[in-house]
Write a protein that binds this ligand. Structure first.
Ligand code: XIL
Length: 392
């Protein structure tokens, strides 16, 4: 710097250069990075799925992190049928009430997950006293009772519901679940109508995984079109977003978001995580009923993630958020399926007892390089909406 430059800088530091004096920041106080929810405040909501340790008060560190970083929450398990309605006529709302109260206390957009699914639903729902399949009318009545009771309890408080989860096969056809075989394909429409009856103000979503693959994506588009043609109140599509480093491609994701947005519904990423471990299966997806046996080669980093992988994960997250930001006007929310790597379901699915690294916060709750990479893509941080890098 020249002598004149130095003098100017000195004057500026003293605030003697008219209106353009810089704000003084004490050198000792490093600027803390902005929170995710603030960095994307004008772009989309940023959410996290919570397990009961967070809202029961058992895990105060995670609860603080959630308060700081997120403005939407999803319940990882406490609103699933087996949790909230374990026996005929017996509802257990304790944990779900605490979940909703936590969200309200912090002014968050509270999500309900999920009303009609084939997993984590007790067998009695589909059976009579002799263990035989119930009639269509009985199952519809049970579904209606469940939805009116659960959605009705949180009317006006749970703002959006995953009404139907995972109704489609990978080829886009209807999945032959007990819902489908006993009621018929119209169980999906019925579930949305009952949810709307219980809370006409709530957003109502169809939610699924692997929808980035063309056949399943087309199945979702056809399903939503059918529902819309019948006047069924579906307001959004949830892309679960259980990703890997090499799947889906940015193009697949881009095409999928555009295809759903073109239906005139809200689009959201509802269960984001990125699996960095060797794949146990060839197919993509998140079918919780699938399991693979533990083998040492499937768990290569039990102590720590190597730096090269940490960087690959950061690049991957930058790419994904680059696509999300490109679709800022179409995506209303991006929710992570968990808070820190320690609590992620990916440590136990599809292989039990692994050490996975799928989220933005490490096992101590510290932001990872992937967190910084995501912030760099945020419009409020000066990032452009151009797609960043390529997928790793
Ligand atoms: C998972 C939970 O994270 C686990 O704790 C539970 O054991 C199984 O379900 N798709 C969904 C979520 O819609 O409900 C699943 O959550 C993950 C896959």
């Amino acid at each position: 710097m020249t002598a004149r430059g130095l003098a100017t800088a000195g004057l500026a530091a003293l605030g003697l250069l008219g209106g353009c004096a810089p704000r003084r920041t004490p050198a000792a106080a490093p600027l803390s990075p902005p929170a995710l929810k603030d960095a994307f405040r004008n772009t989309f909501l940023v959410g996290a799925a919570l397990n009961s340790r967070v809202f029961s008060g058992a895990d105060t560190a995670d609860a603080r992190l959630v308060e700081q970083q997120f403005n939407s929450i999803s319940p990882e398990n406490v609103l699933k049928w087996e949790s909230v309605h374990p026996r005929p006529g017996a509802y257990d709302f304790g944990p779900a009430d605490r979940y909703v109260a936590f969200g309200e206390q912090h002014g968050m957009f509270v999500i309900g997950h999920t009303l009609v699914w084939h997993n984590q639903t007790p067998r009695w729902v589909f059976e009579d006293a002799d263990g035989k399949p119930v009639s269509r009318d009985t199952l519809i009545a049970r579904m209606r009772d469940h939805i009116l009771t659960v959605v009705g309890r949180y009317r006006g408080r749970v703002r959006g519901w995953d009404v139907v989860n995972e109704a489609l096969n990978d080829d886009g056809s209807m999945r032959r679940t007990p819902w489908d075989t006993i009621v018929g394909d119209d169980y999906v429409a019925l579930a949305f109508r009952f949810a709307h009856e219980a809370d006409p103000g709530a957003e109502l979503y169809y939610n699924d995984y692997s929808v980035e693959n063309a056949a399943k994506r087309q199945g979702v588009v056809a399903l939503i079109r059918r529902l819309q043609a019948e006047g069924v109140p579906v307001t959004g599509v949830g892309i679960q977003g259980h990703y890997r480093l090499d799947w889906p491609s940015p193009e697949q994701l881009d095409t999928t978001i555009a295809a759903f947005a073109a239906l005139g519904v809200k689009v959201m990423i509802t269960e984001l995580d990125v699996d960095v471990l060797p794949s146990a299966f060839r197919q993509t997806g998140a079918d919780v009923a699938l399991h693979a046996a533990a083998r040492p080669e499937l768990n290569p980093w039990p102590a720590a993630l190597p730096d090269s992988m940490q960087q690959a994960l950061a690049r991957r997250y930058a790419t994904l958020f680059g696509v999300f930001v490109e679709h800022a006007g179409e995506i209303s929310r991006v929710t992570f399926w968990g808070v820190t790597d320690a609590g992620s379901w990916k440590n136990n699915w599809p292989v039990p007892g692994r050490t996975n690294y799928p989220l933005l916060f490490d096992r101590q709750g510290r932001p990872k390089p992937a967190f910084d990479a995501v912030l760099r893509v945020a419009p409020q941080r000066g990032g452009s909406s151009r797609r960043q890098g390529s997928h790793g």
